[in-house]
Structures are given as structure tokens and as C-alpha cells.
Ligand binder design. Structure first.
Ligand code: NAD
Length: 319
């Protein structure tokens, strides 16, 4: 029988691509419950799903910040039976913390962290009883490595990573798998929303040096990185990527989708004092920032990081 897959945040981006890819699986391995907070935004998903709609793909309302909406969606599924839960819904936030209110910050944690916790709390007891299930979380490379001006977003993804790292061992005892997917930049509405907000915001709450660092250094470099190293939602949802992880007999706990970022996330493990990581990032941002405007050079920089990492590993005597 096909596996029931519930995905959150399917009105756009990775969630939409994944829902469609799984619903149109040639081997018909999945029955997809594609959920979204606002059903008025179902149009793009309906078009992309095509003939799969109402066959292998159903659209349901679910707001990860609203327990009642989660419960009513799960209870509406026959026997509450979800084989694979994909926590995809998320929001971004960039900028100097001086310009962000605590309420706005809490909003990011509510969706990105507590949203995942609420979903898992609702489905895990059933998975444990059945002694089978797979919980997938779309985290980020920023769940492994902080990036300047992404303080709160990174914190929310670190929270998710810590939560899953604790849960995975208990879950395995019940034959329930947990997988964290860690994409680098993905070109979606997410990125556009974040930039749009950033461009329309007022940075006068920050000192001029910080405001300039954000608008001139960070925003420009970050856009260059997205256009040179960014993946598409379809690439993420490809069989060998996400669907591959989901269908593995023994799914991996972590999966990075963009190999270019692996050395970056390994820096801190190579040097437990953190110096290798902070020095590398400091130099990358403040000493070589002009190079970052050119995408090819950005790639060179990341290769340079990889060499630094190898040095670090050698320095510590690891093989
Ligand atoms: P996106 O903005 O296209 O998709 C996010 C979806 O989550 C949207 O459809 C949005 O409506 C939905 N959502 C937000 N709040 C919700 C709520 N309370 N309840 C239900 N749905 C809600 O962006 P995306 O890039 O496809 O993001 C998907 C996931 O991938 C996110 O968790 C994001 O953190 C992660 N991610 C994105 C990138 C990137 O560069 N775009 C990189 C790494 C990880």
C-alpha cells in the first residue's frame, strides 16, 4: 500500500515541489497530504499537481502555529495514520538584531521551532504504537553554522537540530526514523520575501556602521551567493535528494543537499576552541569582501575554507 506522507507549508517552494514530486511518483509509493496555512493559496499547487490532484494528492488546511488546526488535520486522516511527516513550513528573518523586536523574533521561533515540536508531538505517539514512521525536518546549513545577520533564523534551526538530536535515539528504539535535511541557499519565495522585507525596512535603530554592513556588505554578497550557488526547489525534491533520503531502508539522520557547504559546516568540529571557524568567517566577510561580489570568486573562497578545514583537522592530529 502507498505510504501516507504529510507535508507542511505546501503553497510554495520546497514543500510544493516535494508534494508534487511524491504525488507523481511513477511507482505510486505515496499518498500525499499536502497542507498549507491558507487554502486560498492552493492554486499553484493544484496546477503543478495536475492529474495527481484528488488521486495521490489531497490538500488540507494546517497552521503549524495552531494546535487545533494540527489536531483537526491529523484526526481527519483515517486511523490518524501518517507514515512520513515532512516538517517544511518555515519563515526567514535577516538583519541587525537592534532592528528586530522580541515579538518578531518569537514569531520565527513559533513557526520554525515550536511548529516542528507541535507536529511531532501530534504524530509521534501513533508512530511509536505502530513501531514505524519517519519524521523529516527541513532544517538548513544554518542549523549547523551561524551566518552573520541571520542570528534569530539560525537560532531557530539550531533549536530544531538540538531537539531532533535528542529525540532520534529514543525514536529509533520504536523503529521511528528522524532525518534532518540541510539545504544551502534555495531560490524560492522565502529568499525573495526575506530580501523584500529587508529592502523595505528601516535600519535607523542600528548604528550607521552596522546598518551599512548589513545593507551594503551582507545583502549584496548574499544575493550573489544565492544566484551562483543557489539550488532550485525541484533539485531539492529530486529522487536522489529528498525522496532518496525518505525512501532509504535506513534513512540518514543528516543530509546536506549542497556539497559546497559541507566544509563550512565542518570548521567548528575541526577545532573545538571555535577559533578556526571565527577566524575563517571574519576573514571571509571583512578581509575578502570585495571578492564576494563575483560568484566564481565566492566558490574559490569556499574551496579556500575547505583547505583551512583540512589544515585544522591535521593540526588536531585527526585522520
Ligand atoms: P517558502 O517561503 O516558499 O516556503 C515556506 C512555506 O511555509 C510557505 O508556503 C509558507 O506559507 C509556509 N508557512 C509559513 N508559516 C506557516 C505556518 N504557520 N503554518 C503552515 N505553513 C506556514 O520557502 P522555502 O525555501 O520553500 O522554505 C521551506 C523550508 O526550507 C523552510 O523551513 C526553510 O527554513 C527551509 N530552507 C530554505 C532555504 C532557502 O534558501 N530558501 C534554505 C535552507 C532551508
Amino acid at each position: 500500500a502507498p505510504k501516507t506522507v504529510l507535508i507542511t507549508g505546501c503553497s510554495s517552494g520546497i514543500g510544493l515541489a516535494l508534494a508534487v514530486k511524491m504525488a507523481r511518483d511513477k511507482q505510486k509509493r505515496f499518498k500525499v497530504i499536502a497542507t498549507m496555512r491558507n487554502l486560498a493559496k492552493r492554486g499553484s499547487l493544484e496546477v503543478a499537481a495536475g492529474a495527481a490532484l484528488h488521486k495521490t494528492l489531497e490538500i488540507r488546511q494546517l497552521d503549524v502555529c495552531d494546535e487545533r488546526s494540527i489536531r483537526s488535520c491529523i484526526t481527519g486522516i483515517p486511523n490518524r495514520h501518517v507514515d512520513i511527516l515532512i516538517n517544511n513550513a518555515g519563515v526567514g528573518m535577516i538583519g541587525p538584531i537592534e532592528c528586530q523586536t522580541i515579538e518578531e523574533m518569537k514569531g520565527v521561533m513559533e513557526t520554525n521551532f515550536f511548529g516542528v515540536v507541535r507536529m511531532i508531538k501530534e504524530v509521534l505517539p501513533d508512530m511509536k504504537k505502530r513501531r514505524s514512521g519517519h519524521i523529516v525536518v527541513i532544517s538548513s546549513v544554518m542549523g549547523l553554522q551561524g551566518i552573520m545577520f541571520n542570528d534569530i533564523y539560525t537560532a531557530s534551526k539550531f533549536a530544531v537540530e538540538g531537539f531532533c538530536e535528542s529525540l532520534v535515539i529514543q525514536a529509533l528504539k520504536f523503529n521511528v526514523f528522524v532525518s534532518l535535511i540541510e539545504p544551502g541557499p534555495v531560490v524560492t519565495e522565502f529568499e525573495m520575501k526575506v530580501y523584500e522585507d529587508a529592502e523595505n525596512s528601516d535600519y535607523s535603530m542600528a548604528d550607521p556602521e552596522t546598518a551599512d554592513m548589513f545593507t551594503n556588505l551582507y545583502l549584496k554578497n548574499s544575493k550573489a551567493i544565492f544566484s551562483s550557488l543557489g539550488q532550485t526547489p525541484n533539485e531539492i525534491a529530486e529522487v536522489k535528494e529528498l525522496v532518496g533520503v525518505i525512501c532509504a531502508a535506513k534513512p540518514p539522520f543528516r543530509h546536506q543537499t549542497n556539497a559546497v557547504y559541507t566544509p563550512m559546516t565542518a570548521l567548528k568540529h575541526a577545532d573545538p576552541t571555535g577559533a578556526l571557524m571565527t577566524d575563517t568567517f571574519y576573514k571571509m566577510v571583512f578581509k575578502y569582501d570585495t571578492l564576494m561580489h563575483v560568484s566564481l570568486k565566492a566558490i574559490k573562497l569556499i574551496r579556500w575554507q575547505a583547505r583551512k578545514m583540512k589544515q585544522g583537522v591535521k593540526m588536531l592530529g585527526f585522520k
